[in-house]
Design a protein around this ligand. Sequence first.
Ligand code: PDD
Length: 297
Amino acid sequence: MGTLVNVEGRLVPPEQAFVPVLDRGFLYGDSVYEVVRTYAGRVFELGRHLDRMERTAARIGLLLPPRSRIESELFRTLDAAGNAESYARIIVTRGEGRFGLAPHLAEGLNRLVFLIRPLEPPPPELYDRGLQMAVTRMRRNPPQALDPALKTGNYLNSVLALRESHAAGADDALMLDLHGQVTEASTSNVFFVNAGGIVTPPLAVGMLEGVTRGLVIEVARGEGLPVREEPHGIEALAAADEVFVTSSLREVMAVTSLVILDGEKADRRAVAGGKPGPITRRLHAAFRRYVERTHLR
Ligand code: PDD
């Protein structure tokens, strides 16, 4: 039981798991990855995650191993780890070709790595208290530069935003685009509720197409609560009745306060009276029912 790494088919404990320093994932963040979790030992929505990995790889011209090999190695590593529930990170780097930045130097190469560890879901208290999000000075990469729709190993934009938000005492970072429109959090998508209904930024603003985001939109529709995809600035979010984020690890989690960082200023505001709201709770429950229907039976 515990943490186990698979490097190119070799199962080893993390302290014995190495990749060569010339691997392009290490040198340049030239890699793709996905984070999945299990429910009752079964990987949740693996097909959607691997579809997204294939989309990212195609857009950056990275050759993936066959899907059947990724799946069989994942299942083999999960079995060997023997956890009740696991977190799994699937990574494919562009491998190590000849030294140099040009990707053709590693044409046709890759390296497949899995990190498995016991799942640590967010504590129940966090769902009751809700998250404090810092709206960071750090803006989200524009899609025309490094498209946030690509789930690559280059996460420095999110790392720096998270660093800024922790310095401000917040749990996580919420990033605006260069025009001041809300994009997403460092590793989750964002939604808000106002009198007019449920709103989430459209993908075109520049963000990861979260698997949970897509499922929550479907689940909400099933509840008779359609979601509108509309761009908004931070004021709409700050004035919303409810705000929540979605991700594979958080599922649906309320945001109950914001710290808006701007120049030297840190403007602290409660969201929705500082408590998780009824629509957030309802959508989380409906999402859990979806999980039960599809994975726990
Ligand atoms: N993060 N936005 C970003 C930038 C993300 O990295 C993630 C996922 C999401 C939510 O996507 P999904 O619903 O498919 O998990 C949104 C994972 C959990 C991670 O990198 O740890």
